[in-house]
Design a protein around this ligand. Structure first.
Ligand SMILES: [Zn+2]
Length: 223
């Protein structure tokens, strides 16, 4: 009788099948897939999150969650970042070759700064460039240091004290490298664990599974 009963089956089809129904879809952890397309929400017709059917089936799976990391470093570095400081976009081996050709030999052997921007694109900058500058002041999907052998990735890490990305950012790194057509390892060659101390607020790089603040000896979050 009412218009609302017209599409009950369709409405059910659009509801995400979440294990933890209490968590918003974009916060559900541990359900990554190889697909790197960031989760997209349809604004929703009834106020709830709905997977839009405009995307191909493999992209519509709720499991494709990418976490964005906001900048957490010194404010003065953020103030200096702008669209003018953004790193070189690498979307193909030719892009990387061209950029590397502009570096001197000594620099090519050292790790470069990289970020994966919110579009999933790899951006690189000379060593010691701030990650926040490379990202143009924006949030990122991943950040760290990388070395190249030709257009093959040698070493790659999540070392960025500006964004403190965790090891779970790897799938976004892998997807960006794959999209750029660059050979890569199967994971980070060095993984860093960053924790801000809840007591003193200082940033710690956790070593040897020792989750104690080196500044105030307070306990650090384990997960
Ligand atoms: Zn502390």
């Amino acid at each position: 009788m009412t218009a609302h009963t017209a599409e009950p089956g369709r409405a059910r089809l659009l509801v995400p099948q979440l294990g933890a129904a209490s968590s918003p879809p974009h916060l559900v952890k541990g359900h990554r897939s190889s697909c790197s397309v960031p989760f997209r929400e349809h604004p929703g017709r009834s106020g709830t999150s709905q997977i839009t059917s405009r995307y191909p089936a493999r992209h519509a799976i709720i499991a494709t969650v990418s976490r964005a990391y906001g900048y957490v470093g010194p404010p003065e570095l953020l103030e200096r970042a702008s669209p003018d400081t953004v790193g070189e976009r690498v979307a193909s081996p030719a892009d990387l070759k061209r950029w590397l050709a502009g570096r001197d030999a000594a620099e090519r052997d050292e790790p470069f700064t990289y970020v994966v921007d919110l579009d999933g694109t790899l951006r690189v900058a000379p060593r010691r460039s701030e990650h926040v500058a490379c990202a143009g002041g924006q949030s990122v999907l991943a950040a760290g240091e990388v070395t190249f052998h030709g257009t093959r990735v040698g070493e790659i890490s999540n070392q960025s004290t500006g964004y403190c990305p965790d090891a779970a950012s790897w799938p976004d790194v892998a997807a960006a490298l794959d999209r750029a057509g660059l050979d890569r390892p199967d994971g980070f060659t060095a993984v860093f664990v960053f924790r801000h101390c809840p007591g003193c607020g200082e940033l710690n790089v956790v070593k040897d599974d020792d989750y104690v603040c080196v500044f105030c000896a307070g306990a650090l979050r384990r997960s």
